[in-house]
Design a protein around this ligand. Sequence first.
Ligand code: BES
Ligand code: MN
Ligand code: ZN
Length: 510
Amino acid sequence: MSQPSLSLVDTDPAELAVDAIVIGLHSQPDDGGALLPAAGAESIAAAFDGKLTSTLALLGASGAPGEVTKLATLGTVAAPLIVAVGLGDEPSGSAPEREKLRRGAGAAVRALAGSATVALALPVPDDEDAPGVLRAILEGALLGGYRFAGYKTKPQPRRLPVAALQVHVPDAADPAAGAEVIRAEIVARSVRLARDWVNMAPNELRPPQFADAVVAAVQGTGLEVEVLGLEELKAAGYGGIVAVGQGSEAPPRLVKLTYVPEGVESPKKIALVGKGITFDTGGISIKPTAGMWEMKSDMAGAAAIGGAMLAIAALKPPVAVSGYLAMAENMPSGSAYRPGDVITMFDGKRVEVFNTDAEGRMVLGDAIARACADGASYVLEASTLTGGQVIALGKRIAGLMGSEEAVELIRAAGDKVGEPAWPMPLPEEVRKGMESDIADICQTNNAMDRAGHMLQGGVFLREFVADGVEWAHIDIAGPGYHAGEAAGYWTKGGTGVPVRTLLQAIDDLR
Ligand code: BES
Ligand code: MN
Ligand code: ZN
């Protein structure tokens, strides 16, 4: 589905003839929680003759972050509707403040689904902070405006995204602001694509279809494409991907997308690796029924890598980046791999399988080893890997493991873009608990002990990272999929995490 068109305006917001105009609303804790219109809303507040905040208060507005209050303007300003979005305390310009703006813009645009034109008059400063603040508003608005087309047979007008967004800035002709619009459109398009893939029904997106969809999405972008099918995977020794995929009638795929910067000799080679389990039943170690449908999101990591690569092809950073999407469907059947199997991985290591539900690490071990064989200097991998991540950190904060430098790169990037990831250790005793009697390593704890569950995943994946390669493992089991009601710029379903973190990290690495 198309996303809202985006333009900048610097005319007086009170005079904008749009369907709705979005303003910010602060609460002032030092003044008994009194409401204060945010910068950008001055002319609208003036048109209400001093009654804007008292009227909003009557309607129940408190200025709390993300709160949305609608007010008919009855001719006071050109737009018939005001949407006041809570922004909390007065802004300081910090990363959390930007996240409030991102979420506020998202919540407002989400509340206006079905509108034709919406203007945002949110606080964009007139100083060096302007591009960063504007970026947050644009991303929040475009992502809050996302709608999954879905499979309903009848049209759903109220589910349509906003058609056109106008964002008020001090100077609409400022080239730095114009560059942010171009960037936001690229980034939002790639997040939207990642969300779409996650939201698709798993019968519509089995590995061959997923691979085809990724290839189609990057067609004409200049990215090099390599797709390995079952026979090629077998011949080249991708034992992990083949083992997980062999229980399904839909064969596995490994998709590699490569971006090579033009005219620069890039010393850094970045590999982005994603878990692409299009459905995870658990296999022979089958999962319980409750909630199993959510395992259609078990390809959120690969979806994010595909989305990020599409953005990279358009943003053209001066570093070389390759994406590896390891796709398989984890099914129980007469041909499925089983607990007790010993699997020879791409790098030759032998893994003893204890639980076929720990399939993510099997496909990722191969993909990470392949990335290292290709000469990657950084391996940044994203996966819905463990339920332990959700237990430890909840649904918003990803688990982060890896080498010191790459972990700090991802942590800092995630912080900037509102996709937090929290560093976790890779303890020696966890590795000891994964010794195998008969192979090189056990795929899980050798006594099936779930202690340090998330860490077991990280410790296992480390085995496949070549010496000297900086690597990060981002466990997005929680943040990859938002099952609850929409909030801020997160719609229900796929979130697109960590597309924006990876793009920020690549920006920070150049
Ligand atoms: N895809 C799941 C992890 C998951 C859980 C993602 C909840 C999103 C939400 C993964 O393949 C899995 O089944 N992990 C097992 C590992 C265990 C068998 C070692 C888990 O977390 O229980
Ligand atoms: Mn599993
Ligand atoms: Zn899984």
